[in-house]
Every structure is written in structure tokens, then in C-alpha cells.
Design a protein around this ligand. Structure first.
Ligand SMILES: Nc1ncnc2c1ncn2[C@@H]1O[C@H](COP(=O)(O)OP(=O)(O)OP(=O)(O)O)[C@@H](O)[C@H]1O
Ligand SMILES: [Mg+2]
Length: 712
């Protein structure tokens, strides 16, 4: 009988090994498929590179161009920049881009959100004679821009589905005959691809030498590889064909190499000068907080965050996972005294627009939105973007969080993470191309308690690392992160899952954790529930476990099963380390350290003045009247005469609003400065948004924002 036992034993071993081999084969096949995919991608990219190089050689590259040198339009450009736009100095690449456009070159601009792309075509539009055509994908973006230019006294119009007959007539006359003073014309891409009438008028304008430049904003919409593909953008190449000598400037905030090449091909600008700026947004402070499983606690925390740090009605966005959640969160924030309203795709257009408008005019502090609240957001002074749950990829998180601080002033990006939110997202994205991979990158960002958050973006966008300057929680706050060896737990989790599977059952992440706790009660495994959840997520990221999906009529459910590397853990070939915090980097400590001072009295008064003027001047946004940065300057310099004021905000704004501004500054009593609850605040220069920036000092890797409220 011993023989049978031996044979059975060997059979078992062989079956075990076979299973191993099969798993390995499956893993390799998976890998092969991914590599094939990448291979074809790379081949495509290589081909376009070669095409590009060839065309560059064919066109015998001109001598190295120095776009930062001096040009004949320098003085006029400086004058318009300062006296009309009220912009004291150029930001990175702006001047160079303007010079390239002015030299008649086609230009491709990749510049982060809020980098100041608009100026790059608006200023040349004023420097060159004639009318500049701007293509922009969304009505709301166009309206914002036209309103902004009008506020500066620049003749700008738009031709869209909402344009009335009279305006249309005026625009067509301007194009055809050069009547009127129109300088910047905004249209949606549909006008170019669908309206023959429009294109023929444009031809006449060009024929008379009056088409000064063509700007294609949000140019990533051209590419199917981009995130906001718009079919009508695909036809914009005809503009270069029809008007070969008019400079085209294409602008976007994010474009991978592949998207850039795609753009150049589709817009027919192979010889364009390319300006790529960093993805880094140095003024954004990134942080992730553990999210309580109790909904109310999360809302309390968000309300505390807003009411603790943003007492002057500073604008913010809260992103939620679903429409229902949006409404719920907005309602609960309101109940806690935060001025908030929801925004999602289920609302009718007018209701949505109303919410957007109230927010843009700073009458509503917080929009609680789904991802539907997206591309059309042009508000420069959004001070915080909170994610109530994680998004589906690093790319979308970069974009959504990037809506904060477009004016360059310090702003915060806070994400609430709990492992249980992962299956909610994964069951939505698993069918997308690389959907799970993208989500898991995002989860890695959230789970990490040590790595620089900014570094994760550099890695994601394949850019060299830059210093974070203590502008993320992991760099700024030292907290005790321990790496514990969770290999034992991991083994137990895998075995439990195998048992479940052998009984032909399956488990969601939460069920698995529940079962684990019940089963191992006596053994005294010391991990807490949320740490166990964290472990399961870690195991999924490490491919020890994997998610599987099954559909019902109403939903897709995510289950956890053993993954390709499960055996490695069982056989002791793979160790699992888990990052846990002991000394809490608790939410309150984060909130305290990043809490900023209240506005000074004068800041509040000037803020009120811009709101007042904004409603007086019908439809001009407060931030178009005075930017937060300008208010900061006014408070620290306190100009007394028109000449002094002009030096700070330029001629145009001084002419329009100077008297009122000087009046407010003149009437302001210095002792009114005492606005916060700490008397010592009064001893220094009043707090302004500008010097607030410089008050963020780096001290032993800890960012300190001096604040009266810290001393309570
Ligand atoms: N050189 C500058 N100095 C100070 N502020 C500037 C400068 N250039 C632009 N700005 C301001 O920065 C804000 C963002 O500019 P803009 O709207 O052009 O950004 P963008 O690059 O188009 O961003 P997005 O990708 O989000 O559309 C605006 O309020 C603008 O007035
Ligand atoms: Mg823009």
C-alpha cells in the first residue's frame, strides 16, 4: 500500500508543480500581450519620429533660433502686457512663444494648467494687424474668455450656436469687409468643419490680409489618444491648408509625446516650434488623508478643513464618485454651514450653468461635482480641490486637482482614500484599455505614506524629478511610518481565499476581510480592520491577488481571487511589506499646519470692491477686475496716487477702477488690520496673498505656514 501512497504523493506534487507552471505560463502570456501592445505603440511613435526628422532635414533646419533675444516688437509687447493685461512680468516660456508667433512661425505649446497659455496668443493678436481666430472646444470657455477680454477693453466676439443674428452680421462684416474693430474671434471647431459660410468669410478676411493668426486652444482634443477627443477637432488641418502663411498656435496643458506628434500631423504643422514646460505645479500642496468608513466623519472633516482654512469664502471644488454622492455631500456640507451646491451630468443645462455662474462670481463657495465638472472651468482663484474618493487614474487626478491655483498662488489638493473605494472604481474601469493598470497607479499614489506625491507625477509623465520644496504631506510632515513584515498575514489571506475558492464561493474585498477577522480571532493577528483592507489592496497591487468582475442586471461586482504570484507568497518566496503609521499624521495636524491666515481688513475690502464692481459692470467676473495677486500687491504697497497705482496694475485698470480702488485704500484705517484673532498679527506688515506665499518656509522638511490660528 505504501507504493500507492508514494504515487499519490508524487501525483499531488506533480499537479502542484503543473499548476505552478500553468500560472507561470498565464503570467508570461499576459506579459507577452502587454509587450506586443507596447511594441506596436513604440513602432508607431518611432515611425512618426522618423517622418518628423525627415521632414526637418528636408527643410534644412534654419540656424538655431533664439526666441529670448530682442525683437522689434519688444517695447510694444511690454506696454500691452502691462498696461492692458495688467501683467507685471512674463512667466516661463510666454515671451519666447510670443516671439515665435510674431515671427510668423507655427507653434505648439505644452504648458501646465494655469501656466498662462491665453496670453501667448492674445498678446500677438493685439500686436499683429487684423483679426485673430481662436478655436476653443466649449461654449463656457469661450464665454469666459470673451468676457475677460471685453473687460480689458479688447474687441472680442464669439461665433457659436448662441450668437444672435445681429452679432453674426457684425462679425461677418468684420471678416469680409474689415468693418468695425474686431480683434479676437472665438469659434467652436464645429464652425470650421460644418459652416461653409463661415469658412468662405474667413477666406475673404485672409485674402485681404486681415487674418492675423490662428489659435487652437485645448489642442489635445484633436487626438484620439488624448483624454477629451472631439471629432470636429480632427478637421482643423484644413486651416493650415487654406491659410498656409498664417501662423498657427496650438496649445494644451497635457500631451504625451504620442499626442504631440498626432497634433502636429493633424494640424499640418510639422515644422512648428515646440515649447514644452514642466508638468510641475509648484504652488499646489498635495495631500492624502485616510478616509473614515463613517460617511458623516468624512463630511465633518471636509467641513472643518474648509471652515478652518478658508474663512474668506475662497473658492473650492469637491469631486465625488457618483451623482447621488454629489448631492448628498453638498447637502451635508450646507447643513454644516458651508456654502455648497452640486453639479453633475443629470442636471439640466440651465441649472448646471446657474451653479457654475454663482461659483464663478464667488457667490457660492464650493461646487460639489462629478468629473462632469471639467474642462470648462476657468476660475483662476480656486484655492482647494478635494477628492471625496480616489479618481480613476493619475492623469485625471492631475487634471482635476490642477484646477486649483491657476493664478499661481498657494492652493491645496486633498484626497480622501480608503481601500473600500477601490473596488467601486475598478468595477467601472476594468473594461477600459489599461483601465485597471491606470487605477492601480492611482492607488499606489494613495497608499504611499513616504514617497513624494509630486515625484509620482514626474514619474507618471516621464519627466526628470524636481524638488518638492516640502509641498506635499509626505515631504512636509514627518510622521512615524513603519514598514512591517506582513508576510504571515498575506499567507493567511491567500490560504483563506483558496479555501473559499475550493468551496466554489467567492468574496469581495470587504467579505474577505470580515471572514479573515472571524477566522483569525483566536490566533490574535494584530492588524486592525483598515490595515487588513490596506493589506488586501497591497496584495492586489503586488499581483498576489487580483480583482475579478461579474455582471448582474444592475451592477458589476468586483471580487478578489488569487493572482499569479499567490503561490510565491504561500511558498515563502515573496515577502510582503506594509507601510503603517503609528504616530499619527492625523488630519488635524495637517489641517493646522496648512491653515492660512485670514484676509487682512484691506484685503476683505478690496475683495468686496471687486465683487461690487463686477455686478455693476454686468457679467465681468470679480477676478477679471482685480486678480487675487493684484489685491495682494495693493495691500502690501498701498498706492496713494494714480501714478503709483498705474505702476502696479497698469493703465487700463487704473483708468477704469482706479478712483474706487484709491478711495478704498485711502479710507482704510491701519488699525482695522486686526482681523484675525491674534493681536500679534498686527505688529507686522498686513498679511497679503503675496507675502503669504513667502511665509511658507521650509524647515527641516516641514512646511510652516505662519498663522495666528496655530497659536491657540
Ligand atoms: N505672466 C503672468 N503673470 C501673472 N499672472 C498671469 C501671467 N500669465 C497669465 N496669468 C494669469 O494666470 C491665470 C491662468 O492663465 P490662463 O487662463 O492663460 O492659463 P492656461 O495656461 O490657459 O490654463 P488652462 O490649461 O487651465 O486653460 C490667469 O488668471 C492669467 O491672468
Ligand atoms: Mg487655457
Amino acid at each position: 500500500m505504501g507504493g500507492t501512497e508514494d504515487v499519490m504523493q508524487e501525483l499531488l506534487n506533480v499537479e502542484f508543480e503543473l499548476q505552478d507552471v500553468q500560472d507561470e505560463i498565464k503570467r508570461l502570456l499576459d506579459k507577452q500581450e502587454k509587450l506586443y501592445e507596447r511594441q506596436s505603440e513604440l513602432k508607431a511613435v518611432l515611425e512618426s519620429y522618423q517622418d518628423l526628422e525627415k521632414s526637418e532635414q528636408d527643410n534644412a533646419a534654419p540656424q538655431a533660433e533664439n526666441w529670448s533675444g530682442s525683437f522689434e516688437w519688444d517695447n510694444e509687447a511690454d506696454d500691452i502686457r502691462f498696461n492692458i493685461f495688467g501683467i507685471p512680468s512674463y512667466r516661463a516660456n510666454q515671451r519666447e512663444i510670443i516671439n515665435a508667433v510674431m515671427s510668423g512661425r507655427d507653434v505648439l505649446v505644452i504648458m501646465a494648467a494655469g501656466g498662462g497659455k491665453s496670453l501667448c496668443y492674445q498678446l500677438p493678436a493685439l500686436l499683429r494687424d487684423g483679426i485673430a481666430l481662436v478655436i476653443s472646444p466649449l461654449l463656457s470657455l469661450i464665454q469666459d474668455q470673451v468676457m475677460g477680454l471685453t473687460a480689458l477693453g479688447i474687441p472680442a466676439s464669439m461665433l457659436t450656436s448662441t450668437t444672435n443674428k445681429e452679432d453674426e452680421k457684425y462679425i461677418y462684416k468684420a471678416l469680409e469687409k474689415g468693418d468695425g474693430d474686431l480683434r479676437v474671434l472665438y469659434v467652436t471647431p464645429e464652425k470650421v468643419s460644418k459652416s461653409k459660410r463661415f469658412v468662405s468669410k474667413l477666406e475673404k478676411c485672409h485674402h485681404a490680409g486681415r487674418l492675423s493668426l490662428i489659435s487652437i486652444d485645448e489642442a489635445h482634443c484633436c487626438s484620439q489618444w488624448g483624454h477629451d477627443f472631439r471629432p470636429d477637432y480632427k478637421n482643423l488641418g484644413i486651416l493650415k491648408t487654406q491659410f498656409p502663411n498664417v501662423p498657427v498656435i496650438a496649445l494644451t496643458a497635457t500631451a504625451t509625446k504620442k499626442v504631440q506628434l498626432d497634433l502636429m500631423e493633424m494640424l499640418k504643422i510639422p515644422k512648428c516650434v515646440k515649447f514644452v514646460s514642466t508638468v510641475n505645479r509648484p504652488n499646489l500642496f498635495y495631500m492624502v488623508r485616510d478616509k473614515s468608513s463613517v460617511g458623516k466623519t468624512v463630511i465633518n472633516d471636509i467641513a472643518d478643513f474648509i471652515q478652518g482654512s478658508y474663512t474668506n469664502n475662497e473658492s473650492g471644488i469637491v469631486y465625488c464618485f457618483s451623482r447621488k454622492e454629489c448631492e448628498q455631500v453638498a447637502k451635508e456640507l450646507r447643513e454644516r454651514g458651508v456654502s455648497a451646491d452640486h453639479y453633475h451630468a443629470d442636471m439640466d443645462v440651465n441649472a448646471r450653468e446657474r451653479v457654475h455662474m454663482r461659483w464663478s462670481n464667488s457667490k457660492l463657495q464650493v461646487i460639489v461635482g462629478t468629473v462632469a465638472f471639467g474642462m470648462g472651468i476657468n476660475k483662476p482663484d480656486v484655492r482647494f480641490v478635494i477628492h471625496h474618493s480616489l479618481g480613476k487614474s493619475m492623469e485625471t487626478y492631475y487634471q482635476e486637482s490642477g484646477r486649483a491655483g491657476r493664478d499661481g498662488l498657494p492652493s491645496e489638493c486633498l484626497l480622501y482614500f480608503r481601500p473600500a473605494d477601490v473596488p467601486r472604481q475598478s468595477s467601472m474601469v476594468f473594461y477600459e484599455n489599461s483601465g485597471l493598470q491606470n487605477l492601480y497607479d492611482m492607488v499606489r499614489y494613495c497608499q504611499s505614506k513616504k514617497e513624494c506625491r509630486r515625484g509620482a507625477f514626474f514619474k507618471h509623465f516621464a519627466e526628470p524629478l524636481q524638488d518638492c520644496n516640502g509641498m506635499c504631506d509626505n515631504c512636509a510632515f514627518s510622521c512615524d511610518v513603519k514598514e512591517i513584515d506582513a508576510t504571515g498575514h498575506a499567507k493567511a489571506v491567500v490560504s483563506l481565499l483558496q479555501e473559499i475558492q475550493e468551496m466554489d464561493q467567492r468574496a469581495t474585498m470587504l467579505q474577505l476581510v470580515e471572514k479573515f477577522k472571524v477566522k483569525n480571532k483566536k490566533v490574535g493577528f494584530e492588524l486592525k480592520k483598515d490595515e487588513l483592507e490596506q493589506l488586501v489592496i497591497q496584495l492586489i497591487l503586488d499581483r498576489v491577488l487580483k480583482e475579478e468582475f461579474s455582471h448582474t442586471a444592475y451592477a458589476t461586482n468586483a471580487y478578489v481571487t488569487t493572482g499569479p504570484l499567490a503561490k510565491h507568497v504561500l511558498h515563502g518566496k515573496k515577502n510582503i511589506m506594509l507601510e503603517v503609521t503609528s504616530g499619527h499624521k492625523s488630519s488635524t495636524s495637517v489641517a493646522k499646519s496648512s491653515k492660512r491666515s485670514r484676509y487682512s481688513g484691506l484685503e476683505v475690502e478690496l475683495d468686496n470692491l471687486r465683487k461690487e464692481l463686477s455686478s455693476l459692470h454686468g457679467g465681468i467676473f470679480p477676478h477679471s477686475i482685480l486678480s487675487t495677486q493684484q489685491i495682494g500687491m495693493l495691500c502690501s504697497q498701498k498706492p496713494e496716487t494714480t501714478e503709483q497705482l498705474e505702476k502696479l496694475i497698469g493703465k487700463l485698470k487704473t483708468e477704469k477702477y482706479g478712483d474706487k480702488i484709491l478711495e478704498v485704500i485711502g479710507k482704510h484705517e491701519p488699525d482695522e488690520e486686526q482681523h484675525g484673532n491674534d493681536p500679534s498679527e498686527n505688529e507686522e506688515e498686513p498679511e497679503t496673498s503675496v507675502n503669504r506665499t513667502s511665509k511658507r518656509t521650509k524647515n527641516k522638511n516641514v512646511v510652516v505656514i505662519e498663522s495666528s490660528e496655530d497659536d491657540e
